[in-house]
Design a protein around this ligand. Structure first.
Ligand code: KIV
Length: 278
């Protein structure tokens, strides 16, 4: 069946029908083209690009211009997939005007179908302001990588009842503010289950267990393209990095030994033309 871009109401219908929502990240045209060939409904142009593509330690240095630069080719490559554009650190934290302006840039200049931003109850009024401006917002709570240093590092959140209740409150506040979906990152599966049952909007988990309405993984993690560290919640579906290194090694060896390029990969000219050469 031909793939059609999912709509926000259809995502809510999927939740009601118990159909799982699938999301992966992409930051470039070729990856987007590949995702578009699958039934995966959503692509997140995540600010994780700071780590897995730009080589930074974390997501904090990622800029609005980085996000727009990487969103455009993804939109071009995946016309039948719903594109979520991540809002980078400090692009929505200073003022609501700023947040609306930057969310607008991700839609207008990047071409995304919605934006995603991190933060719980404290961000609810900002989420409402962006939604009121006509921009759909996916929220993101639990472990929020942009503020990982304030959280004491990349750690599972909500392991005790007090913190878990705060995360549940965050989810309810964001739904009330108008978010159409919420990413739950690195929280106990039981907490994600409670949130998923309490909300009418879909939850999308990463390190949040099997009971979320959907799942998201960072493509470079799941394909084995980023091995600086592999979080516990990541399943590696392929080891593409190893395949690439083997190909580079074989190429280098064949260039060294003259095996490549051979006749099949070279151009020739006719003998009579060759004879005319000085
Ligand atoms: O930037 C990203 O890839 C994300 C996912 C971890 C959800 O926010």
């Amino acid at each position: 069946m031909e793939k059609r871009k999912v709509t926000i109401p259809q995502l809510e219908e999927m939740k009601q029908a118990g159909k799982k929502i699938k999301m992966v990240t992409a930051y470039d045209y070729p990856t987007a083209v590949l995702v578009d060939k699958t039934e995966i409904e959503l692509i997140l142009v995540g600010d994780s690009l700071g780590m897995v593509v730009l080589g930074y330690e974390g997501t904090v240095p990622v800029t609005m211009d980085d996000m727009i630069h990487h969103t455009r080719p993804v939109v071009k490559g995946a016309p039948n997939t719903f594109i979520v554009g991540d809002m980078p650190f400090m692009s929505y934290n200073i003022s609501q005007e700023d947040a609306i302006y930057n969310a607008g840039r991700i839609m207008k200049e990047g071409g995304a179908d919605c934006v995603k931003l991190e933060g719980g109850t404290v961000m609810a009024s900002t989420v409402k302001a962006i939604v009121d401006a006509g921009i759909p917002v996916m929220a993101h709570i639990g472990l929020t990588p942009q503020t990982a240093s304030a959280l004491g590092g990349f750690k599972v959140q909500g392991k005790d009842a007090k913190m878990a209740n705060e995360i549940i409150e965050d989810a309810l506040a964001l739904e009330e503010a108008g978010a159409f979906s919420i990413v739950l990152e690195c929280i106990p599966a039981q907490v994600a289950k409670v949130i998923t049952e309490k909300l009418s909007i879909p939850t999308i988990g990463i390190g949040a267990g099997p009971w979320c309405d959907g799942q998201v993984l960072v493509t470079h993690d799941m394909l084995g393209l980023f091995d600086r560290f592999v979080p516990k919640f990541v399943k590696q579906y392929a080891k593409v990095g190893d395949i690439i290194v083997d190909a580079f090694k074989q190429y280098a060896e064949e260039v060294n030994t003259g095996v490549f390029p051979d006749k099949a990969h070279s151009f020739t000219m006719k003998e009579e033309e060759l004879e005319k050469l000085e």
